[in-house]
Design a protein around this ligand. Structure first.
Ligand code: CTP
Ligand code: CA
Length: 229
């Protein structure tokens, strides 16, 4: 197996993958989260590993186990995820599959919040989290040559994804339609649209593992044309 991996098209390459949700504390025992399972990021990390890449897998508290044969870096919050990504650089590819919480609780309590008997609920204040993808995509020196973001949208998927790519200044956006009508949310299949500098590519609906394999192959092909190491 090692010999096969060493000869893969991504051998000698370092890929950073973010995956899963983040947890943003309210107090030491409570947090804000989202429904990301980490399935997509996990499948991608496995597919990149299978092509011979060294994978740094930066994961929030996901509900699926991380792949074997990758370096697993466990984090909870968006800010921890950003720090872990920065510590894992440099990389040939950075792929941001995590469902990062857009906001964290600004007035998180240092001790467990208690009911005070007045019947009044506490007021949470929110503040925006750092955008990890945009931070890495807009690095000057040390920017990975290939920076890939994801976009889960429920309407006007393509237009939103094109705008997101321009705003974040990443190389590719992998967009998918998570509206209830698409029927892919939480299921075994996905239908994605890839937006890059060349335009838009619609992929047919296929198993999530196959989406991951095809994306990994596309990454290998693109890296090979980007530079001659
Ligand atoms: N992302 C990130 N850090 C954040 C928010 C998002 O790295 N704080 C990354 C995600 O991992 C994904 C991409 O940015 O690769 C797009 O995430 P998305 O939530 O679709 O975009 P946002 O810019 O947060 O916009 P919105 O949620 O308002 O659509
Ligand atoms: Ca978001």
């Amino acid at each position: 197996i090692r010999a096969a991996l060493a000869g893969g098209p991504l051998s000698g390459r370092h890929v950073i993958v973010t995956s899963g949700p983040t947890h943003e504390p309210i107090d030491p025992v409570r947090y804000i989260a989202n429904r990301s399972s980490g399935a997509q990021g996990t499948a991608l990390a496995a597919a990149l590993r299978d092509l011979g890449a060294r994978v740094s897998f930066v994961t929030g508290p996901a509900s699926v186990p991380p792949p074997t044969g990758v370096e697993v870096i466990r984090v909870e919050t968006a800010r921890e995820m950003l720090a872990a990504v920065e510590a894992a650089l440099p990389a040939d590819v950075a792929l941001f599959a995590a469902a990062v919480a857009d906001w964290r609780v600004a007035n998180a309590a240092g001790q467990k919040m208690k009911k005070d008997g007045s019947g009044q609920a506490p007021a949470l204040a929110f503040t925006e989290n750092p955008d990890i993808l945009a931070t890495v995509a807009q690095m000057g020196q040390g920017r990975p040559p290939l920076v890939i973001g994801f976009a889960a949208e429920t309407e006007t998927v393509e237009a939103h994804a094109v705008a997101k790519r321009a705003r974040k200044r990443c190389d590719w956006i992998v967009a998918n339609d998570v509206s209830p009508e698409s029927g892919v949310m939480g299921g075994p299949e996905n239908a994605v649209t890839i937006i890059d500098a060349m335009g838009t590519e619609h992929w047919p609906r296929m198993p999530k593992a196959e989406v991951a394999e095809r994306l990994a192959a596309r990454i290998a092909k693109t890296l090979a044309t980007l530079e001659t190491p």
